[in-house]
Design a protein around this ligand. Structure first.
Ligand code: C5P
Ligand code: MG
Length: 146
């Protein structure tokens, strides 16, 4: 998308995909993105952020979970992203093999406060809902107290 600035090392869309990747791993109690995709590992160097997203989905599936819903927010002062909401949702939905209606993407500014508000940074937040499937591994140590 056209913009007079970007983030070093990452695109704004990467920040969002990384947050969703971390949320999938977190929902399945599988650690975090840096653990699975260390930036010191040549295998992941320069990888498209959607590769991480798809890999996190397959790790969750191997644990017996299915991703059923994503809610996310990009916090960015500028540019305005709302005109890109639909293509971003479609891209994420395709990577996650979800209907687009199950992928929510929201935007907000930081109201000029802090590094994000000063336009020096961007943040993304995500919540992922997983469905526990009847089969597949589920470690006792991770189950909630009875
Ligand atoms: O944060 P704020 O209240 O100013 O956001 C107003 C609207 O602008 C929001 O509904 C949001 O969808 C949109 N927005 C946007 N791109 C941003 C920040 C906010 O499209 N970078
Ligand atoms: Mg507001």
């Amino acid at each position: 998308m056209p913009s007079d600035f970007g983030l070093e090392g990452h695109s704004d869309a990467d920040v969002l995909a990384h947050a969703i990747t971390d949320a999938i791993l977190g929902a399945a109690a599988l650690g975090d993105i840096g653990m699975h995709f260390p930036d010191t590992d040549e295998r992941w160097k320069g990888c498209d952020s959607l590769v991480f997203l798809r890999h996190a989905k397959s790790l969750a599936e191997a644990e017996g979970y299915r991703v059923i819903h994503v809610d996310s927010t990009v916090i960015l002062e500028r540019p305005k992203l709302k005109d890109y909401r639909q293509p971003i949702r479609e891209k994420l939905a395709e990577a996650l093999e979800l209907e687009v209606g199950r992928v929510s993407v929201k935007f907000k500014t930081a109201e000029k406060v802090g590094p994000v508000g000063e336009g020096r940074s961007a943040e993304a937040q995500a919540i992922v809902t997983l469905q526990r499937l009847g089969t597949g591994p589920f470690h006792e140590s991770q189950s909630p107290p009875a």
